[in-house]
Design a binder for this molecule. Structure first.
Ligand SMILES: *Cc1c(COP(=O)(O)O)cnc(C)c1O
Length: 345
């Protein structure tokens, strides 16, 4: 039996207020642009991120995919961080479906791409090389334990791309976590990028969906790709209604998830066999080290205790989220303490 599910913030269920909004949502056929709820969500999200237009897509993966395909042609190259989600966790979609090549740049421990590394990776005009068109950056950075990159860091990376005539796309699956952790309006993190995506279905607790934002022209192109990918959806306002509630009422509460993660990490730091630096936990993701080849065993033992976490050889991941209580987190800490003692003996 699952008592506490910490595998991801994607396991969150819609709030009671979302259910009501979904039930009551005004609907239309969104392929004709007639769904008022979707239209409102798209415009509200675009306004919050300081862009002209928005597009509701089925997932973060699809948001990144249409964003890349709308900004790079077959045979073009896109610069990405070597630890980023687009590179490692989206099934190579840009390469398979768009024939767009990804070129990985070394990421520092905090999810930042050094501007000089970005610029050195841009290919000269030369018919031996794919033309470099786009840079993508990620905030919060999932692979770096959910680190939030500051407006200054965002600007430094984006400027490096723009100086080389690249467009810059932000994979902001957990962008609102970054804004809350840094105490800045989300628009400060998107100010310097051309296009961005964020997920409604993670910490914001909606059942489905992500949003892409950018210029009107870009959104028109992204919409064409979305149609081609089979996600021209009909009365999708029934889902978008939850997104409007999320933007109203689920952002500020992300701080609770961050505080819980910091608390759990500080308790974990006292456990033998775990390596984690609580000071590095800024948002809701805790990546922690355990002795080599024990990770899967620890995850399996935790599951028997009723706590689901993401396993690996020596790296594990816990994600805090809406729907869990202080009791659930204390239960997790005790279970982990018990399991780590077993592993050590
Ligand atoms: C989860 C995630 C995505 C993809 O979102 P899905 O909705 O699961 O497709 C993209 N980027 C990052 C950084 C993510 O964490």
């Amino acid at each position: 039996m699952i008592r506490v599910d910490l595998r991801s913030d994607t396991v969150t269920h819609p709030s009671p207020e979302m259910r009501t909004a979904m039930y009551e949502a005004e609907l239309g056929d969104d392929v004709y642009g007639d769904d008022p709820t979707v239209n409102e969500l798209q415009q509200r999200a675009a306004d919050m991120l300081g862009k002209e237009a928005g597009l509701f897509v089925s997932s973060g993966t699809q948001g990144n995919l249409v964003s890349v395909l709308a900004q790079a042609q077959r045979g073009d190259e896109v610069l990405v961080g070597d630890q980023c989600h687009i590179m490692n966790s989206e099934a190579g979609g840009t390469m398979v479906l768009g024939s767009v090549v990804l070129y990985p740049i070394k990421t520092d421990d905090f999810g930042f791409l050094e501007p000089n590394l970005i610029q050195e990776a841009v290919k000269p005009r030369d018919y031996h090389k794919p033309p470099t068109r786009l840079l993508t950056i990620e905030n919060t950075h999932n692979g770096s334990s959910g680190r939030a990159l500051s407006p200054e860091q965002m600007k430094a990376m984006a400027d490096a791309g723009h100086e080389k005539d690249l467009n810059v796309h932000l994979d902001g699956a957990r962008l609102f976590n970054a804004a809350v952790a840094l105490g800045v309006p989300v628009s400060e993190l998107t100010e310097n990028v051309d296009t961005a995506t964020f997920c409604l279905s993670k910490g914001l607790s909606c059942p489905i969906g992500s949003i892409v934002v950018g210029s009107k022209d870009f959104i028109e192109e992204a919409d064409r790709w979305r149609k081609m990918l089979g996600s021209g959806m009909r009365q999708v306002g029934i889902v978008a209604a939850a997104g409007l509630v999320a933007l109203d009422s689920m952002i500020d509460r992300l701080q609770e998830d961050h505080d819980s993660a910091r608390h759990i990490a500080s308790r974990m730091a006292e456990m033998k066999g775990i390596s984690v630096d609580p000071e590095h936990i800024q948002t809701n993701i805790i990546r922690f080290g355990v002795p080599e080849h024990t990770g899967d065993q620890i995850a399996a033992r935790m599951k028997e205790e009723g706590v689901y976490i993401n396993g690996g050889d020596s790296d594990l991941r816990i994600v805090t989220h809406y729907g869990l209580s202080a009791d659930d987190y204390e239960f997790t800490i005790s279970a982990l303490d018990k399991v780590m003692k077993e592993i050590a003996s």
